[in-house]
Design a protein around this ligand. Structure first.
Ligand code: CA
Length: 219
């Protein structure tokens, strides 16, 4: 999962980035409205966390511009405490949910998970596809007949992305954008190594290689 965090409070942003990463998200950070607006339109994110009080362009203006341009990425807005007007304006402008500052990181993570579940149509904190079950909290994968296997961070992000996009050919570039942290070298050739590790867990035929195009998880 790739998130865009738009927040100008550097201390808060660093704290959020650290926690989001340790929860398995790949995070890009923008500290002003202009950069945030541009990034979300240019790149592919699964969710945006948008502070409404941003310099250069307010979060509300940014959100309105995205929705006018038909960008349908889910947006969680961060609003000033006790400002019901901000919350109403934000929701009317197309936000999916809001969180008033200050908030507990646990609540942010829970709201994000809820948004992503709604987005991808899952009822609880596991993903199921055929006989594969991925537990999001424990980061384990279980096959119908087998034991639970704990995945490394990159294996987990790769399998989650494949399961959210079944029967679609995903290029190495797209996969590497969604599984590597920003400071990691986005070496798309290494994806093959991780794909092979997942194959050894899921069975060889589950992930097919499409020469020159990418990989597909078939159901
Ligand atoms: Ca702010």
């Amino acid at each position: 999962m790739r998130l865009l965090l738009a927040e100008d409070d550097i201390k808060l942003a660093e704290y959020l980035v650290r926690n989001l990463k340790s929860s398995g998200y790949v995070v890009e950070w923008a500290d002003n409205g202009v950069d945030a607006e541009f990034l979300a339109l240019e790149e592919d994110f699964d969710c945006v966390i948008l502070d409404l009080g941003l310099p250069q362009k307010s979060g509300l203006e940014v959100l309105r511009s995205w929705r006018t341009q038909k960008l349908d990425t889910p947006v969680l807005i961060l609003t000033a405490r006790d400002s019901w007007q901000e919350r109403v304006d934000g929701l009317r402008a197309g936000a999916d949910d809001y969180l008033g500052k200050p908030f507990k990181i646990e609540e942010l993570l829970a709201r994000l998970e809820a948004i992503l579940r709604r987005r991808f149509g899952h009822a609880d904190n596991s993903l199921r596809l055929d006989d594969i079950e991925l537990d999001i909290d424990a980061r384990t994968v279980t096959m119908a007949d087998g034991e639970s296997i704990r995945l490394t961070a990159i294996e987990f992000r790769l399998l989650r992305y494949l399961m959210l996009n079944p029967d679609r050919i995903l290029s190495k570039t797209e996969l590497s954008e969604h599984v590597y942290e920003e400071e990691q070298i986005k070496d798309s050739n290494v994806i093959e190594v991780y794909v092979n590790r997942l194959r050894s867990i899921l069975g060889k035929e589950r992930i097919t290689t499409h020469r020159g195009q990418g990989y597909r998880l078939s159901i």
